[in-house]
Design a protein around this ligand. Structure first.
Ligand code: ADP
Ligand code: ZN
Ligand code: ZN
Length: 743
C-alpha cells in the first residue's frame, strides 16, 4: 500500500452539490482511470453510474472510509477534456450538482451504464413468453423475479451493466446466474444491439445543391463569419423575418465544412421547424445528424457518436445539443436566439445560448446568434461592442414587410373574441385568395368558467388557478398541474347558469367555423398536435393551400413559411401588457413581430391587425410605429433604471412544500446566509406569483446584484446553509441563475 493512495473524484447523479470520492476497484490498473470514463459506483444502498472527473492523490476524507469503484465502464474517456471543463464551468456558474450536469452531457442511453462500443454487446429482454407470465414463481427464485421485473418495466433491451444499476443487492455473478436461469425457462432472450433502426440519422444523399445568389447584406454576413473561422468571435445576425438568415447559416457552414471543421446548429424546437431541417439536409445530405429529446435513445446515441467521431459534419439539435461532442468544432449557430425554450426550466437550469457563447470562447471558434427580435441580453452585448452585429434589413425575396395596424376594440361588437373589423378584413383577404392566420397564445375553449348567478368560478383544487374549459372534450383542465374533471352543466354551488369567461384557440376556431363555413380551418396548438405527425400534417395542409384559415398559439411564431398568408390577426395583445413578470413585454414584442412575420412572405402584400383595449400603451405604440429596435432600446433604458438584467444579475431560489411555513423557513435561513455577502440585495422570501401549485405551497427568494461574483458568493453561502438544514429534505428546492421566468 502506497503512502498516498489514488483517489477518484466522481460526478455521481444526485441532488448534492458535490463530487464523490472513491478508491479504484481492487486489482485494477490505475491507468484505466482516465478522466471522462464512466464508473459504476456503490451509492447509498444502491449503485449509480458516474463520470470520473479528476484523480487526486489522497482525499480530504480518510481513505479507509472510502468505498471502491465497482467497474470501469469505458476503455477510453467518453467526454474529452474540453467537455469536462465545460461541465465544470456550467456546474459552477449555475450552482448545479456536478453529477446532474455531467449526466446531461451524455446521451440518455449512456447515462445508466450501457456500453458505448465494443465491449458488452449483449442485451437482454423478455421473450413473448416471458412477457406473458405474471412473474417468476417460487420463493427460491427471488433474484430471477427481480430481474424479470426490471426487464418487464424497461422499454428496451438492457445490458448487464444497465441491469446492475437497476438492481439492488446483486453482483455480476448473481446477475449472470439469474439471467441464465431465465433464459433456460425461455422467458428472457439475448440480443446483440439494443435497437434495430437509427431513424434519427438522416441519410438522404443530396450533395451540395447550391442556394440562391446572395444579396449584398447576406454576402457581407457570410464573409464576416467565414473570415472569423478559427478564432472566438461572437456575432448577432439580426435579420427581419424572411431576410435570408438561414441562407447565411448554410453558406457559413459550407465554408466551415470546406475548412474541414464541423458546425453545431441549435434550434428552439425541431418538431416545429421541419422545413429548416429539410433545407439543411438538401444542402449537406448525409453529413447532417439530428440530436434532440424526441428521438429514440438508440438513434440519439448514434448521432452523438457520429458527431464525436467526426462522421457527422453538421449537428442540428435543440437546447441539450449545446453539449454535443465535436471532433473538429468550427462554428456554432444559435437560431432564434431570443427563444425562451433555450432555457431549461427544471433540474440543471442552463441557458443553451449562454452555454454556446462560453463554449465558442473555450474552443476558439465563431458563434452566430440569429434573430429578427434579439433578446435584450444580446442587444446589450452588441451595444457594449462585445458582439458584432450583422444586419439583414430587408426580405430576401424582395417581398416587403407587412403593414402593422393596432385595432382599438374598445366598445366594438365582438363575437367569440373577434371584432367586426377583423372579421371583415379576414373575409376580404380570403375572398381575394389569401390565407389568414389568427394568433392567440391560450389554448382550450375558455380560460375560466363562472356562474352567472352567484359568481362561483371553477378553480383547481391543487393550484391557485382557474380551470380551463375544453368544450369538445367536455372537461375542465388545469394547465398548471394537469388535473381534470368533467365539465359541470350547472353551477355546483347554486345550480345557476354557467358562462365562459375569455377565449382560447378552441373557441376562436368555433367562431370562425360559424363565420366562414366555406373555408377550411386548421388549429395548431398543443391540444391538436399531440399525435405524432399531426403537426406536420396540419402545417402541410396550410402550406399546400388546402386550408385557408389557421388558428393557433405561439407554435405558429416559429419561422414557418406560408407564402400565401396575407393577413395575421392578433386576437389579444393585452395579456402580455399587464404581467407581473418584467420580461413579459419583451416576450410579447418578440411574439408579435415573429407572428406578424408570417404575413406577406410571398407575392401577396401582408397585413397585420392587433386587437387591443389599450391602443395607447407606450410599448405597443413604439413597437408598431417605430419597430422592434426602438422598442428594445426603450425597454433597455427601463431595465437599466431598475437594475434588472441585462443590467445586473439575478438568481432565484425556489422552495415548495406541503406546508408553506416549511418552505418559508428554509428560504429564511438561505436569506440570512446570502445577506452576508456584500453587494447583494436579498428580496423575500415571498409567495411565488402562483402561490400554490399541484398541492404545494411555493415561496421564492430573489437575489439581485450589480456584479456576478458577489451573486455567486451569496448563492454559495445560501446553498451551504440549505444543504445542511434538516428541513431541506421535506422541501423541494432549486436554484435558478439568470431566471427567465419569475415563477
Ligand atoms: P429567414 O431565415 O431570415 O427567415 P430564409 O433564409 O428562410 O429567411 O429566407 C426566406 C426566403 O427567402 C426563403 O424562401 C429563401 O429561399 C429565400 N431567399 C433567401 N436568400 C435569398 C436570396 N439571396 N435570393 C432570393 N431568395 C432568397
Ligand atoms: Zn352559482
Ligand atoms: Zn392545478
Amino acid at each position: 500500500m502506497s503512502e498516498t493512495p489514488l483517489v477518484l473524484r466522481v460526478a455521481v447523479p444526485s441532488p448534492l452539490h458535490t463530487l464523490f470520492d472513491y478508491l479504484p476497484a481492487p486489482d485494477t490498473d490505475p491507468g484505466t482511470y482516465r478522466p471522462g470514463v464512466r464508473l459504476r459506483v456503490p451509492f447509498g444502498r444502491g449503485r449509480r453510474v458516474g463520470v470520473l472527473v479528476a484523480r487526486v492523490e489522497g482525499a480530504q476524507v480518510d481513505p479507509s472510509r472510502l468505498r471502491a469503484v465497482e467497474a470501469v465502464l469505458d476503455d477510453a474517456p467518453l467526454l474529452d477534456e474540453p467537455l469536462l471543463e465545460l461541465g465544470r464551468w456550467a456546474a459552477a456558474y449555475y450552482l448545479a450538482p456536478p453529477g446532474e450536469v455531467l449526466a446531461q452531457l451524455l446521451p440518455p442511453s449512456l447515462r445508466d451504464g450501457a456500453a458505448q462500443s465494443g465491449r458488452d454487446r449483449a442485451f437482454y429482454r423478455l421473450s413473448d413468453e416471458g412477457r406473458g407470465v405474471a412473474g417468476v414463481p417460487g420463493a427460491r427464485a427471488l433474484r430471477q423475479q427481480a430481474v424479470w421485473q426490471v426487464l418487464a418495466r424497461a422499454d428496451a433491451a438492457l445490458s448487464q451493466d444497465q441491469l446492475l444499476t437497476r438492481l439492488e443487492g446483486f453482483d455480476a455473478p448473481a446477475l449472470r446466474n439469474a439471467l441464465r436461469a431465465l433464459m433456460a425457462r425461455g422467458w428472457v432472450s439475448r440480443c446483440e444491439a439494443p435497437v434495430s433502426g437509427v431513424s434519427g440519422v438522416k441519410d438522404v444523399g443530396g450533395g451540395y445543391a447550391t442556394g440562391p445568389e446572395l444579396n449584398p447584406a447576406q454576402s457581407e454576413a457570410v464573409e464576416a463569419l467565414v473570415s472569423a473561422l478559427g478564432v472566438y468571435a461572437p456575432f448577432l445576425l439580426e435579420g427581419v423575418t424572411g431576410s435570408g438568415k438561414t441562407e447565411v447559416y448554410l453558406r457559413a457552414i459550407a465554408g466551415t465544412l470546406g475548412a474541414g471543421r464541423q458546425a453545431l446548429v441549435l434550434v428552439p424546437e425541431i418538431a416545429l421547424t421541419p422545413q429548416l431541417v429539410a433545407r439543411f439536409e438538401a444542402r449537406f445530405g448525409a453529413r447532417v445528424v439530428l440530436l434532440h429529446s424526441g428521438m429514440a435513445d438508440g438513434a440519439r446515441l448514434e448521432s452523438w457518436r457520429r458527431a464525436r467521431e467526426g462522421r457527422a459534419s453538421v449537428v442540428i439539435g435543440t437546447r441539450s445539443a449545446v453539449f454535443a461532442p465535436l471532433a473538429a468544432p468550427g462554428l456554432i449557430v444559435v437560431d432564434e436566439e431570443h427563444d425562451p425554450s433555450y432555457k431549461q426550466q427544471e433540474g440543471f437550469r442552463y441557458h443553451a445560448r449562454d452555454v454556446a457563447i462560453w463554449r465558442a470562447r473555450q474552443l476558439g471558434i465563431p458563434v452566430v446568434l440569429g434573430s429578427a427580435t434579439p433578446s435584450l441580453e444580446t442587444l446589450r452585448r452588441v451595444g457594449q461592442g462585445s458582439y458584432r452585429r450583422l444586419a439583414l434589413p430587408r426580405r430576401a425575396t424582395g417581398a416587403s414587410l407587412p403593414r402593422i395596424e393596432v385595432l382599438d376594440i374598445r366598445r366594438r361588437p365582438m363575437k367569440g373574441g373577434l371584432s367586426d373589423v377583423l372579421v371583415e378584413r379576414a373575409r376580404a383577404h380570403l375572398l381575394a385568395g389569401g390565407q389568414v392566420l389568427f394568433f392567440l397564445n391560450r389554448r382550450g375553449y375558455a380560460p375560466a368558467l363562472l356562474c352567472h348567478a352567484c359568481g362561483w368560478a371553477a378553480s383547481c383544487t391543487a393550484c391557485d388557478a382557474h380551470m380551463t374549459v375544453h368544450r369538445a372534450l367536455r372537461r375542465l383542465r388545469c394547465h398548471h398541474c394537469g388535473a381534470e374533471r368533467p365539465l359541470p352543466a350547472r353551477c355546483p354551488a347554486c345550480g345557476g347558469e354557467l358562462m365562459h369567461a375569455g377565449e382560447g384557440t378552441e373557441q376562436i376556431e368555433d367562431a370562425l367555423r360559424g363565420l366562414f363555413p366555406e373555408f377550411t380551418i386548421e388549429r395548431i396548438d398543443r391540444d391538436t398536435t399531440r399525435r405524432r405527425g399531426a403537426l406536420e400534417e396540419r402545417l402541410e395542409s396550410v402550406r399546400s393551400g388546402r386550408a385557408h384559415i389557421l388558428v393557433g398559439t405561439q407554435m405558429l411564431a416559429k419561422g414557418h413559411d406560408f407564402p400565401d398568408m396575407s393577413l395575421v390577426g392578433v386576437i389579444d395583445a393585452d395579456q402580455g401588457l399587464f404581467s407581473s413578470d418584467f420580461r413579459a413585454s419583451e416576450r410579447l414584442a418578440q411574439l408579435l413581430v415573429q407572428v406578424a412575420g408570417r404575413a406577406g412572405r410571398g407575392a401577396r402584400p401582408g397585413e397585420v391587425l392587433i386587437q387591443t383595449h389599450c391602443p395607447e400603451h407606450p410599448l405597443l405604440h413604439t413597437l408598431v410605429t417605430q419597430g422592434y429596435d426602438a422598442f428594445a432600446r426603450q425597454l433597455l433604458t427601463e431595465r437599466e433604471r431598475a437594475g434588472l438584467p441585462p443590467y445586473g444579475a439575478l438568481a432565484l431560489l425556489r422552495a415548495e412544500a406541503k406546508e408553506g411555513a416549511l418552505a418559508e423557513a428554509l428560504l429564511n435561513e438561505a436569506a440570512h446566509a446570502a445577506a452576508a455577502a456584500p453587494g447583494v440585495s436579498v428580496l423575500g422570501p415571498v409567495p411565488a406569483p402562483m402561490a400554490r401549485r399541484a398541492g404545494r405551497e411555493r415561496r421564492q427568494l430573489l437575489l439581485q446584484a450589480a456584479e456576478r461574483a458577489p451573486l455567486r458568493q451569496a448563492l454559495r453561502h445560501a446553498l451551504a446553509v440549505i444543504e445542511a438544514s434538516p428541513d431541506a429534505r421535506r422541501v423541494r428546492w432549486s436554484v435558478d441563475v439568470d431566471p427567465v421566468e419569475m415563477f
